[in-house]
Design a protein around this ligand. Structure first.
Ligand code: ATP
Length: 254
């Protein structure tokens, strides 16, 4: 995947300030950055959900904005705050998604049954999506994104609001998927998670890429990715100064 000069403004605010990136295929890639860094905006532009003001994105040699059908057949997306067809059951949602992707009915049924089973949703497959919990929604969204066996899967904060058991299940599915040669790109601000999952990371802050490359290279000599990250986004100094403020907080005095 090749990103060149990707830019997005909202009025005066520059959300993404000209990103250049080349992401390797067949790897587990983490896009990390603090709140408001531009992760969601970047992923939305890369996956054809948000039109960039400038720049290009190519996936497998196809331009996302000039050749959207070719690209969308090859990718799966789990956006943040995904809106789903709430009045369908989990099973119906997968059937609908699979048919929309042009898969034969029997194949959709087979894949849906397996995905529901692996993601521990078989018992809730007839429940309406509106009645699903946050973790269940993430899992059914993941199943819908994987159903057509995409070459690249994009996930915006896939572990947000997910309990440790479901997180482990999602993780297992993603690890198996990348082992088969597919690529996963996911955004997160949970460094421990990125460190334990990713082969390759890109650090973004204030709409710019601060570092990118294999995990060990970006971490450098720092004891953890968290330390390297704080250094890269310049948060270390800010944190050090914080003790002087909020001196009224705690201690029972009013
Ligand atoms: P988080 O980790 O908190 O989800 P993020 O890295 O995904 O953050 P973005 O959601 O991409 O960050 O936001 C980047 C910047 O663009 C922020 O300053 C945000 O306020 C701004 N922004 C995003 N969407 C809009 C919008 N629709 N209108 C105006 N500003 C926006």
């Amino acid at each position: 995947m090749r990103v060149r000069g990707l830019t997005k403004r909202y009025g005066e605010q520059i959300a993404v300030a000209g990103i250049d990136l080349e992401l390797p295929a067949g790897q587990f890639i983490g896009l990390v950055g603090p709140n408001g860094a531009g992760k969601t905006t970047t992923l939305s532009m890369i996956t054809g959900l948000l039109r960039p003001d400038a720049g290009t994105v190519e996936i497998g040699g196809h331009d996302v904005w000039r050749d959207p059908v070719e690209v969308k057949a090859r990718i799966g997306v789990l956006p943040e705050g995904l809106r789903m067809f709430e009045r369908l059951s989990g099973r119906e949602l997968l059937t609908y998604t699979g048919r929309l992707r042009g898969l034969p009915g029997e194949e959709v049924d087979k894949r849906a049954t397996q995905l529901l089973d692996v993601l521990d949703l078989a018992g809730s497959q007839n429940k309406l999506v509106i009645d699903y919990s946050t973790g269940m929604r993430k899992k059914i969204g993941l199943a819908a994104a994987l159903l057509h066996n995409p070459e690249v899967l994009f996930l915006d904060e896939p572990f947000e609001g997910v309990d440790p058991i479901s997180a482990q299940t999602i993780r297992g599915v993603l690890e198996r998927y990348t082992r088969s040669g597919a690529t996963v790109v996911f955004s997160s601000h949970v460094m421990e998670l990125v460190e334990s999952l990713c082969d390759w990371v890109a650090v973004i802050a204030k709409g710019r890429i601060r570092a990118h490359g294999p995990l060990a290279e970006v971490r450098g000599d720092a004891p953890s990715l968290q330390n390297a990250f704080l250094e890269l986004v310049g948060a270390g100094r800010r944190l050090a100064g914080q003790g002087q403020n909020l001196d009224w907080l705690g201690g029972g005095a009013r």
